[in-house]
Design a protein around this ligand. Structure first.
Ligand code: AP5
Ligand code: NA
Length: 346
């Protein structure tokens, strides 16, 4: 029996970014002090990067980690439309219009806080071979304000309608108070609050904010490098990903009615999921031939989107992981975090 889905059941809040991706060269990475494979926030020294990248051939994609996952979830669900809500801050400009239009195309119920002081955020995706270095210039995304948007009656109503919440760790750099308000609402009402470690720099430099939210987290997502950094920062003293998952699962939790679930993906290698107590399960990913991989950008976000699309329908955790693997497999066959007209997942 299918749970009938109501609009706004799945809520996401994060940084709406327009991705500007280009195949660059080593000199370019060196000039801006970028590692081949990394995710960072733009600093002053990266200002010129956002102009110089246009000397290469660029592609634009609607991005932002949470927004990617929320769109994938709605795509997996298809009907009814607007099961997924998204909040974030953009500027009143061309890039903002593109983001709005892309969200509308996939029937996400996006409610942006639009302001005129800052332009819509961008993310430079600097590709060299199989690696990509991302530099996020949050701009408007950094101006999301609890009192100017989340607290508004008509917006908070959408939060109250949701039963599953997802926020990427990236948003910890923007509005911890907004995250905590949503997380506490979930916990107090025995709803599901889910979070992503998102990037090593979040586990490292935003550790205090991360650990303020952790007691409310029902499902924690991450990949293997984020798990390793998290373990190091928390003094877990282990590099074994299964051990890290177990330790993250037993961190203090406010809502005792639910055990925390920890899900770590590892690219082409098996996904790991804790199931409470000492129980832990591993899942093979869907095989794909190297020649069919177009762009793994957004694979992790797509995995989360697929997972959430089943979670919000009260499916088993095994089914959630399967849907995650399916969605990730689809998006790595396409550029950016994009997908074909309809899913083929049963
Ligand atoms: P990006 O980091 O590309 O997206 P991602 O979803 O994290 O993709 P990764 O390729 O890093 O995947 P992963 O390591 O998380 O997952 P895994 O490899 O385990 O970033 C995307 C977005 O981030 C951009 O749009 C950008 O806007 C945004 N962003 C950057 N900075 C931001 C900021 N400050 N704030 C907000 N947004 C920001 O793979 C997951 C699954 O995929 C696997 O389980 C498997 O099923 C499948 N898979 C992956 N690789 C393979 C393979 N080789 N073979 C088979 N299956 C595979
Ligand atoms: Na892709």
């Amino acid at each position: 029996t299918l749970t009938k889905l109501s609009p706004n059941s799945l809520f996401g809040m994060g940084n709406p970014l327009l991705d500007i991706s280009a195949v660059v060269d080593k000199d370019f990475l060196e000039k801006y002090g970028l590692k081949a494979n990394d995710q960072i926030l733009a600093e002053d020294k990266h200002k010129a990067l956002f102009e110089e990248i246009f000397k290469f051939k660029v592609e634009y994609h609607a991005g932002g980690s949470t927004q990617n996952s929320i769109k994938v979830a709605q795509w997996m669900i298809q009907e009814p439309q607007k099961v997924c809500t998204f909040f974030g801050c953009i500027g009143e400009d061309k890039f903002g219009e593109i983001l709005k239009q892309k969200a509308e195309e996939v029937h996400v119920d996006a409610h942006y806080y639009e302001q005129t002081e800052e332009p819509t955020g961008t993310c430079a995706v600097c590709i060299t071979g199989d690696n990509r270095s991302m530099v996020a210039n949050l701009a408007a995304a950094n101006y999301y304000k609890k009192d100017k948007h989340l607290d508004l009656k008509e917006n908070w109503k959408l939060v109250e309608k949701a039963k599953v919440f997802y926020i990427a760790g990236f948003f910890l750099t923007v509005s911890l108070e907004s995250i905590l308000k949503v997380a506490k609402h979930a916990s107090e009402n025995n709803k599901l609050f889910t979070l992503n470690l998102s990037a090593p720099f979040i586990c490292q430099y935003f550790k205090d904010a991360l650990m303020e939210v952790m007691p409310y987290v029902d499902v924690l997502f991450g990949n293997e490098t984020e798990a390793a950094t998290f373990s190091k920062e928390q003094g877990f003293e282990t590099e074994d990903i299964k051990e890290i998952a177990r330790k993250a699962q037993t961190l203090p939790k406010v809502n005792k009615k639910r055990l925390r679930i920890v899900v770590f993906t590892q690219g082409k290698d098996e996904t790991i999921m804790t199931k409470g107590g000492d129980k832990l399960e591993t899942f093979q990913v869907l095989q794909i031939e190297q020649k069919d991989i177009v762009d793994t950008n957004g694979a992790g976000d797509a995995f989360v989107g697929g997972f959430l699309s089943e979670l919000v329908q009260d499916k088993t955790l095994e089914q959630c992981v399967k849907a995650g693997h399916y969605a990730a497999n689809v998006t790595i066959r396409q550029t950016g975090c994009t997908f074909p007209h309809k899913p083929d997942f049963h």
